[in-house]
Every structure is written in C-alpha cells, then in structure tokens.
Ligand binder design. Sequence first.
Ligand code: NAP
Length: 279
Amino acid sequence: MVTDPTAVILGWPVRHSRSPMIHRHWLATLGIPGDYVPLPVEPERIDVVLNGFAALGYVGGNVTVPHKEAAFRAVRTADDVAAALGAVNTLWLDGDRLVGGNTDAAGFLANLDEKAPGWDRTDTAVVLGAGGAARAVVWALESRQIGRIVVVNRTLDRAEALAKHFGKPVEAAEWSTLPKRLEKAGLLVNTTTLGMTGHPDMTIDLAPLPESAVVNDLVYVPLETGLLAAARRRKLVAVDGLGMLLHQAVPGFERWFGRRPEVTPALRDLIVADIGKPA
Ligand code: NAP
C-alpha cells in the first residue's frame, strides 16, 4: 500500500527513464516526503492498469513510450494540448476521475526560451521527423504563431498526415528538398531518432541555414549529437534536448506534490552525469 504521496512513470521498457531521478531530486531538495517510481507495464496490460489507476493509490504519474495514446483513450478528461495531440504524458486524479495532460510542447518551448531567447522571431521553422515528438513540436510552434512550419520526414506520407492534421501553416516536404528548405529556416528541430546512441547519426549539411539560425536536437543521449556539433562548427546557436525533458516534468510535479520545482544547473548536472555513465 502506498503511504507517502507517490507518482509513477508507466512505460515499456521504463528502466532507462531519467524521470525518477528528476522528481526524486526535487522531492529531496524541497523536503517533501514522497516518491516517484518506475512501473513497467506491457502494452497488453496498459488498459487494465489505466482503468484501475485510481485504486492503486498513486497521486498521478507520467506516461512514456509506447503508452501515450492508450493513456489519451483512458482518461476521462484531457487538457487542450493532449486533445490536440491525441497523446497524454501526465496523469492526475480529480477525485476518482483520471485526467490527462501533455507537457511535451511546454517543455520544448521553455527549453528554447531559456537557451535561445528570441528564437520565435523567425518566420520559418523546419521540423525533421513526423512521429509523436514532432506532433508536440508542431503544436508548440503553431502556438507561437510561426508563419511557416515545414515537416520533413523520411516517410513522406507521415509528414503529409501530420500537415493535414494541423492544417496551415504546416506543410510537408520530401527529405531531398531539405537544402532548399533550410535556406529560410530560422529554426531547425530534429525530432527523429537519428543521432541517438544506437541509431545512425544525422548527417545533413547545415551550410544552407542562415547565420542567425537556431538548431535544436530533441535527442539527449548523447547530449552532444553530431547535429549539434555541426551547428556549433557553423557558429549557430545549438540547443540540446535535455532542457525539454527537465522542463516537461515541472507541471506534473507541481500537480502531484503541490510545489512548483525549478530547473536548476544542479539538476541538469545530475542528469548529465548519469547520461555520461556507461550503460
Ligand atoms: P517516433 O514516434 O518513433 O518517431 C521517430 C521519427 O524518427 C520518425 O519521423 C521516423 O521516420 C524517424 N526516423 C527513424 N529512423 C530514421 C532514419 N534512419 N532516417 C530518417 N528518419 C528516421 O519517436 P518519437 O517519440 O517522436 O521520438 C523521437 C525522438 O525524440 C527520440 O530520439 C526521443 O528520445 C526524442 N524525444 C525527446 C524528448 C525530450 O524531452 N527531449 C521528448 C520526446 C521525444 P519515419 O516516419 O520515416 O519512420
């Protein structure tokens, strides 16, 4: 039986998640008795777990791959972002009713606002990838009134489906058109798995980007990806994906434990050290 307020992260697998480290750091530094634990749930069992969530005694939790869409289907109420994306990454209870939100878009924006202030003065953003993370990024860019959002994906159909889902100002483009698309881009965001440890590297040529462009990689393992290194060589502003992970965790913690935590250099250092450890 859960005693102190405890939140969970539901995923499959979930052992590599840094979320327990983030939330436990905040619990310890704020002196709040409570815990945050990983709960591996196989895809076949996720509906049962979500439907019975209120009875488990947790104050809420996060949802990660591959359960974000199942969580959206299971909640009684979803916030506007979760409803727009069809995916829930944060759960809480309103009495016995399960409520879901999505904080990925807010985390993405907070990271760029912190590390590249003024980034949203651009007219054009290019988003690489058309999966779940790309949806959150496109929603976020739309919310900042970016005039043109070009989604470039290996599988054009998925980029087109995403563009159709959001409508104007989102458009899909073929990977082969990237050099031309980059010429006017004030922001380039990688939401693909390229560059992640264990995946092929991202090898696109950044030469066409304007001098003022910001390059953001959502990948944070490794922290310094090939894409970010290439951006730094071109003296562009390069923003890693760790800040998004840290910032997306803030609203959930505040809901479950009643205090708004801060993303501090000490927290970042803690996770950076963990990323640097051998697997
Ligand atoms: P996803 O839904 O599986 O989408 C993966 C994307 O990567 C698709 O667009 C896929 O293209 C593309 N891709 C995969 N292999 C490729 C290759 N060899 N060449 C070109 N494109 C390739 O995954 P996701 O949930 O969106 O996550 C994507 C990345 O974002 C992951 O690295 C994840 O860790 C990161 N992420 C970071 C944060 C954060 O807080 N920093 C949050 C969420 C996600 P196709 O459609 O052609 O398959």
